[in-house]
Design a protein around this ligand. Structure first.
Ligand SMILES: [Zn+2]
Ligand SMILES: [Zn+2]
Length: 271
């Protein structure tokens, strides 16, 4: 890798419903790949927290991460974390859960609208009218930014991976420039980071979430806290396209990216 300080702050283990490998294996592989800092951020879906046993996920993922940290001490920095999904749909529960663990980093994500399926499962083909769903998606992303009990906002523009990437629909993003500005300004005001999620590079859409335009806009508005994550669900995706993300960050005027330790931001030079 041409960058020295590779950080990957968004990864999933077998404790996630869509993960495959134990935390120790993920972290060992990350160390092998010369990743300096990794965060284990398994899914905690707040709208189904007890119904789908995410309380168990939280407990096991956290314990696995601490055990991996112990075993790999001196080889790689391992951060405890979680990807809280749909947290603003139940703020009281989310705040209670986040208070139960001494996380290094909490990612805030929206994968589905209230009482709807994950965008991943939706059919956007043909005449399907997706704008009302996107309108609602950005409304909830703004609500997340206002809530601000997390450290970094995950994969902003997530639905585009499917609407544009998988279904080849045209999306007029000009329609959302105002609310995206409001989301970015709210993150900045609340000292919450924006995530540059590289999963899109290896998906049909071919660009990260959010894309370079939004990263550049965030910087222009005064944003300084940028985290980078592969969203790896397999060992082979650990660190994937992090260098491309660093290229984008540098190109947009960032000299450092951010990691979180005990929920406090630290700047890591992009070098
Ligand atoms: Zn996610
Ligand atoms: Zn994820």
């Amino acid at each position: 890798m041409s960058y020295r300080n590779i950080t990957d702050l968004h990864t999933h283990t077998e404790r996630s419903f869509d993960g495959h490998y134990p935390a120790l294996v993920m972290c060992e592989q990350a160390a092998e790949k010369n990743i300096k800092t990794i965060a284990v951020t398994d899914h905690l879906e707040m709208y189904a927290y007890y119904r789908d046993s995410f309380d168990e996920t939280a407990r096991l993922s956290y314990a696995d991460t601490l055990a991996a940290r112990e075993v790999l001490s001196g080889k790689i920095e391992i951060l405890t974390g979680a990807e809280t999904g749909e947290a603003v749909y139940d703020k009281a529960l989310s705040e209670e859960v986040l208070g139960q663990y001494d996380y290094d980093i909490v990612i805030g994500a929206i994968h589905n609208l209230p009482d709807k399926d994950d965008f991943y499962y939706m059919d956007f083909s043909g005449d399907m009218v997706f704008y009302p769903l996107l309108d609602e998606y950005f409304y909830w992303e703004l609500e997340m930014a206002k809530w601000a009990r997390f450290d970094t906002l995950a994969h902003l523009t997530y639905p585009l991976r499917y609407i544009i990437g998988n279904y080849h629909r045209q999306v007029d993003m000009g329609r959302y420039s105002e609310i995206i500005d409001e989301i970015l300004l709210t993150l900045i005001k609340n000292k919450t980071a924006l995530e540059l999620n590289t999963a899109g590079f290896r998906q049909p859409i071919g660009v990260p979430s959010p894309d370079r335009d939004i990263i550049s806009r965030y910087r222009a508005l005064g944003g300084k806290l940028l985290t980078v994550g592969s969203d790896a669900h397999y060992t082979e995706h650990l660190g994937a396209n992090i260098e491309d993300a660093y290229d984008i960050a540098l190109g947009c005027g960032f000299e450092s990216i951010t990691v979180y330790r005990k929920r406090e931001p630290y700047f890591i030079p992009i070098e």
